[in-house]
Design a protein around this ligand. Structure first.
Ligand code: KE4
Length: 424
């Protein structure tokens, strides 16, 4: 079995050879490799080639591949069965663990993806407020539900899709998109659409157009404006949740949203999403209330076990300071080497989340990120891959570090970085 034969088969039976567009290498050239297995920070493809993994399943694997405590929990769960379609104790156990870490999530509903969490939360916000307008930010990506497929990040930015056919205008006409970190735009929108906005949906750290942390005032201002306007503030923490701090971005920045969305890390490598809020809001969700939302495998027992084992491992002292130290060390090394070689780059980093842009001035908005040199990123990506370092195959995706990335991995990355830039 070779990467080439796998790719031929994949293209025959799977659209574009992939099950999610951003995996297609379309934006960076070449074709994807096919993974045979992973361990810690490393992937091996079907030909035995080894890669240092900075994608980590798009952020889900914060403990790296096959962490022993997660494997143990999953195997124990499998001894009892796979899925039962009934309540199990583990759903409430994981919900309790999350709620203790993220107190704004008094009550939680598990779903099977981040997209489902987002679309359910929007439905809830519109029901509770009786309003329809959604305010979101240019470059953010909140999954692929119709109302949000306008000026989105991630795969839409990667493939340069400004809008998506098949999404009726009527569905997106109530979605307002403004620049992230832009004080005037936010104030203006709340004036123009006073008492019409159901919710502000924000990635508290933009991570789908590259990584862009919030300006000092940004999240606090959104909180104040939504309170005043009686609209709801929704933090999409599918990426930042349990990544930038154990309590997520809301803990790190001290701003409490009305509704929080989670995914990735809380599933420990299995398909899980979640939305949660205070009891008053969540009581609107069926079967308690009229806002219908459901899912065959929601709260999947094996996924709950994997998520619980992951969060318990993340609770250990020093985990986040280690991620911060590794992330900051990598950023410093990348910048130092690039300056020495006269190749201007920007590296935005927060905790174990970072991205590298080929651009000389700072990047604080989606527009500035999109003005970075993506052709250079594509060449850099190929140069790094040829040296066994697998970066996200898109200039608009984040690099995800895991607790399995240590000194040795940073050294290998910086060595490859130097050699790849030599070729510029
Ligand atoms: P999923 O439906 O892909 O589980 O989650 C959607 C989603 C929601 N909110 C945020 C902030 C997200 O980043 C995502 C999904 N993230 C992308 C990576 N940037 C998923 C990768 C992919 O689409 O294959």
């Amino acid at each position: 079995m070779t990467n080439a034969t796998c790719w031929r088969e994949a293209q025959r039976y799977l659209v574009g050879g992939v099950n999610s567009p951003v995996r297609s290498f379309r934006a960076v050239g070449g074709r994807p490799f096919f993974v045979d297995r992973g361990q810690g920070p490393t992937l091996w493809d079907v030909e035995g080639n080894r890669y240092l993994d900075y994608v980590c399943s798009w952020g889900a694997l914060i403990l790296g591949h096959r962490p022993p405590e997660v494997l143990k929990a999953v195997n124990e769960a499998l001894e009892r069965g796979t899925t039962f379609g009934t309540p199990t104790p583990w759903e409430a156990e994981l919900a309790k663990e999350i709620s203790q870490a993220v107190p704004s999530m008094e009550q939680i509903r598990f779903v099977s993806s981040g997209t489902e969490a987002v679309m359910s939360a929007l439905r809830l916000a519109r029901a509770v407020t009786g309003r329809n307008k959604i305010l979101k930010f240019d470059g953010a990506y909140h999954g692929h539900s119709d109302a949000l497929l306008t000026k989105a990040g991630s795969g839409m930015a990667t493939l340069g899709l400004p809008a998506v056919p098949g999404v009726p205008r009527q569905v997106t006409q109530d979605t307002i998109t403004i620049p992230f970190n832009d004080p005037k735009a936010v104030e203006q929108m709340f004036r123009r659409h006073r008492k019409q906005i159901a919710c502000v949906l924000v990635e508290p750290v933009l991570a789908n157009v590259g990584v862009i942390p919030p300006a000092e005032w940004f999240l606090q201002r959104l909180r104040a404006l939504t309170k005043e306007d009686r609209s709801l503030l929704i933090f999409d923490e599918v990426i930042t949740g349990f990544r930038v701090a154990y309590g997520g971005a809301q803990a790190r920045f001290g701003v409490k949203p009305d509704i929080t969305l989670l995914g990735k890390v809380i599933g420990g490598g299995f398909p899980v999403g979640a939305y949660g809020a205070n009891r008053r809001l969540m009581q609107w969700v069926a079967p308690q209330g009229p806002v219908y939302q459901a899912g065959t495998l929601a709260g999947h027992p094996v996924a709950m076990a994997a998520g619980l084992a992951t969060l318990r491992a993340l609770r250990r002292p020093g985990v986040y300071s280690q991620l911060e130290k590794t992330g900051a060390g990598l950023r410093k090394g990348l910048l130092r080497l690039s300056v020495g070689m006269g190749v201007p780059i920007v590296v935005n980093q927060i905790g174990g989340l970072l991205s590298l842009f080929f651009r000389s001035s700072t990047i604080e908005t989606g527009k500035q990120a999109r003005a970075s040199n993506t052709r250079r990123y594509a060449r850099y990506f190929r140069g790094m891959l040829a040296r066994g370092v697998y970066l996200p195959p898109s200039a608009y995706e984040a690099w995800f570090l895991s607790t399995a990335h240590g000194e040795r991995e940073i050294e290998k990355t910086l060595k490859a970085h130097s050699a790849a830039l030599e070729e510029f």
